[in-house]
Every structure is written in C-alpha cells, then in structure tokens.
Design a binder for this molecule. Structure first.
Ligand code: DUC
Ligand code: ZN
Ligand code: ZN
Length: 488
C-alpha cells in the first residue's frame, strides 16, 4: 500500500518547505519535489500544511479516582486524540501499592498488596490498553520506594518504560519523600531513564485543606486556594536542585505557575538538566473559572492560577524555556447523573457532581486531548505567540526526543513511521462539546472560534481520520517500547 501526499507545505520543528511525501506501508519512504509512484493513492495537499502526528506526553485513561473513573478509556480517548491530530499518547501506570491511592492503583486485594510490583502494574495497564486506537506508551508512577523497588527500576527499561513519575504532594498516598526522590534520580541517571515530577508542596496542602473544610469553605475555588502557587514554584526549584545534586535529568510535568518558568530558566541557565511541560488549561484559564457556578469543570491538580501565570507560561513557550505541551487529559462528566450518547449508545459515568458539597470529593481532572493541537494552533500560532515550527516542536518532536521515540515518531523524514497530519490552516470551527469526541458532557473551549484544524490523520500510513469521518479501529494502536531519551 502506498500513498503519495502531493503539493503540501511541510512543517517540522526546524523548517517549513514545499515537498511531496511518499508513504509505503507504515513508513515515510521519500520526501522531495515532484515524486511519483506507479500505484500510490495520490492525495492533493495543496494549500494544506503537513506535520508529524502529535504526541501527547501526559494522559490518564480509564483511571480510577474518588469512586469513579476517568471517562475516556484507551479507545475513546485515543479516538478523540486522533481527531485533534494526535497519533501517540503516553499514559501513567499506577503502581500497585499498599497505600490508599486517590488516583487509582492496580490493587490485587488484601494479603497480596504492597508488592510495589512493576510487572503486575504494567500488565494491568496493558490489558486495559488492548483496545488502543493510536500508538501509546507508558510512564510508571513511582509512588512507593524501598530497596526492592529500587532494584527493580532498571528492569522497566526492558519493558520499554523509561520514565518514572514522582510526586511532592498527596502525602501518605502518592508522595515519596525527598530522599527517595533523590535516590530515584540517581538510579534513573545510571540507567538512562528520566524522572518526571509533579511539583506542589504536599505538607502545605495537607495543612490548608482541613482548615478550609472546618471553616465551611467547600466550593471549587478552595481547591485552588488550598494548593497555592508558591508551593509549586518551590517544589520545581527543589526538584531541579535535587537533579543538579544527583547529576540527573528531570522533567517537570504540568507547569502551571509563572514562577515555575522562572525557576526553570534559572536552573537551565546554570546548566541543570531540567525540562518542563505545560498544558493548555494553564495557558488559558484562571482561578476565576473555579468561581463560576460550573467551576467544578476546571478542577484539576495542580489548579488554575492567574492571568499573570498564563502570560508567563506563554513566554516560557515562546522563549523556549518550556519544552512540551501535554494535556493531563483525565476527563470526568460535569453531571454524571445524566447520560450522553457515545457511538450510538447512552453512557453515564459518575463525575464532578460527587463533590457538589465538598471540593475535596470532586474528581480531579479535565478533558483536553482533542483540544490541544487545534486550540494551540489558533491561540498560539494564529495569535503570534509561537511559530508554526515551535508548535510542531512542542506538540510532537520534543516529546519524541525527550521520551526516546525519535526519529521513529515526531519526524517527517524517510524511515520514520508515517504518523502524519494534513492540517487545513483555513478551516474555521466553532468548537465545543458537539464537535469533540472526548467522552464527557462538556468542553472547556465551548464556543471558541478556531481557525486551522486537522483535515486527515494517518497512523503508520493508515488513514484514521478523514475530515469528520472515523476510519480508525479499536485495537489498531500499538505499544511503543521506548529507548533512552534526549535532554533538551
Ligand atoms: N491531576 C489531575 O488533575 N488528574 C489526574 C492526575 C493529576 O495529577
Ligand atoms: Zn501530576
Ligand atoms: Zn497527570
């Protein structure tokens, strides 16, 4: 099977140029002028942009939380991703652990718990992901630490899992202490792995939440007020300092506060190997959204901050201080008592209403996997905040490099897998829940005017999205065993 994309404008992380692309089987065979092939299907991409498929480095599909589960699974979330131009996702595997896990956990029941068993935890997540519709990879949550776990970390590399997520919040649940994080950084360094860090101050949060509840402050805005930005900033500096002390790289996930950009800049200028990811929600929304009557829609951790933080994060992208934009896609229904129709069937999944009287019971997380590329194109590239090449770098090429998939993914070069988006820069969309395939009942960008949208999306040479038509399949995605990543 061969496909020839003619007359398109290719956008890579470094260049913009006119060329044809010949796809044979699953790979890009040739890129050049006036290509031909005796029996390829020819697609005229005149007036269109051609980019490598997006890579979302941060998702949570089918994640148990607060008595419910994130409402996109490894099929529905993948399908939504594809409609937004994303062809590879990276999901976090909860570690089977004796600790009460607020964000899931692959528990085997009493008596057998507490193994901190990577293989078991990964096997559970692999089973869930058998329905994958796009390519996917896993990060391992390091939410427990002891000598046995320390010994087993390097074997994750054999599974193609080269990344560990640590938390400085969720005391007694997901957090491990700083000494353990430091040890994990050194193990990662010695084995070519990367530690990813969720940065907030867990001790301050644990002090503030009971105070808020005791004072009757139960509304969504108190979710943000009990997780203050200085804690995120201080924890980012702390992680970067530990990375410097361990001479290891670290990647700060979901950067949300302007001060985190300042810390990243400072430490990167010192030569510390610290990289960062922000998410669209932290570029556009503020604590003001949590004060709305439907404020629970914006509940995630870390929380929304201020307009100043939004601006500084944009600067982080435009100045190249921040390397990626992930979504932290972890959707819940706003009103999970009412069904929505998904692929012709009614579905109801308990959601944010679980915390209508208490912000601590609102499932944490937002939809965003389909929104990421179209929204960032219009309000990032279209608004002149980032260039088209930066867009490709943040959406695809940098995650591919950092997470050890480059140039198999994230590149328009001969030999790369043919994950390709044909982007229509003229297409106008009034965006919102009706337009989105994310399996939830709301969209954060409801009514936003977008200019520029994916027209066709290829996964390893196969057309999986054609305009508004879904041509992908349940089980059509493949697990990507990753290698050692690059430090950007
Ligand atoms: N934050 C969320 O809001 N949801 C899932 C995981 C996380 O870190
Ligand atoms: Zn996190
Ligand atoms: Zn997350």
């Amino acid at each position: 099977m061969a496909t020839l994309l003619k007359n398109g404008t290719l956008i890579t992380a470094s260049d913009t140029f006119q060329a044809d692309i010949l796809i044979e089987g699953e790979t890009i065979r040739q890129i050049g002028k006036d290509l031909s092939h005796p029996n390829a299907e020819v697609i005229d991409a005149k007036g269109k942009l051609i980019m490598p498929g997006g890579i979302d480095p941060h998702t949570h599909f089918d994640l148990p939380m607060f008595g419910t589960v994130s409402s996109d699974d490894h099929y529905t979330g993948h399908k939504a991703a594809a409609f937004g131009g994303t062809t590879t996702v990276m999901d976090f595997v909860p570690l089977d652990s004796p600790l009460p896990a607020p964000f899931g956990g692959a528990s085997r029941g009493e008596g057998q718990r507490g193994q901190g068993d990577f293989q078991y935890s990964v096997d559970q997540w692999m089973k869930k992901a058998e329905k994958a519709a796009i390519d996917y990879s896993f990060h391992m949550n390091l939410t427990d630490f002891n000598e046995k776990i320390a010994r087993e970390i390097p074997f994750l590399m054999d599974m193609g899992i080269t990344t560990l997520k640590v938390f400085t919040a969720y005391n007694g649940r997901l957090r491990i202490d700083d000494g353990s994080i430091f040890k994990a950084l050194r193990i990662a360094r010695d084995n070519g792995m990367l530690v990813m860090a969720h940065c907030e101050n867990g001790d301050v949060i644990e002090a503030l939440i009971p105070e808020a509840l005791a004072a009757g402050n139960t509304s969504p805005e108190h979710h943000a007020l009990t997780r203050p930005a200085p804690g995120a900033v201080e924890a980012t500096l702390r992680l970067a300092a530990m990375a410097e002390e361990a001479d290891a790289p670290v990647y700060i996930v979901h950067m949300n506060a302007g001060g985190e950009v300042d810390m990243l800049k400072y430490m990167r200028e010192r030569g510390v190997k610290v990289m960062g990811e922000t998410c669209p929600q932290y570029l556009f929304f503020t604590i003001g959204h949590l004060r709305r009557p439907d404020g629970a829609k914006w509940i995630c951790s870390p929380p929304m901050r201020t307009e100043k933080d939004n601006s500084r994060l944009w600067e982080g992208l435009s100045e190249g201080i921040v390397q990626t934009v992930g979504t932290d896609h972890c959707p819940f229904f706003f009103d999970g008592t009412k069904p929505i129709v998904y692929e012709g069937s009614e579905i109801t999944i308990p959601g944010k209403e679980l915390g209508k009287d208490d912000f601590t019971k609102i499932p944490n997380g937002l939809p965003g996997i389909q929104d990421r590329m179209p929204v960032l194109w219009t309000y990032g590239v279209g608004a002149g905040r980032i260039t088209p090449n930066q867009f490709v770098a943040y959406m695809s090429t940098n995650p591919a490099k950092i997470f050890g998939m480059y140039p198999r993914k994230g590149a328009l070069v001969p030999g790369a897998e043919a994950d390709i988006v044909i982007w229509d820069p003229q297409k106008k969309v009034r965006y919102g829940v009706a337009h989105s395939h994310q399996r939830t009942d709301y969209n954060l960008y409801e009514g936003w005017e977008l200019t520029g949208y994916p027209d066709k999306v290829f996964l390893r040479g196969k057309l999986i999205v054609d305009g508004s038509e879904w041509k992908g399949s349940r089980g059509g995605g493949r697990f990507i065993k990753r290698g050692r990543g690059e430090i950007l």
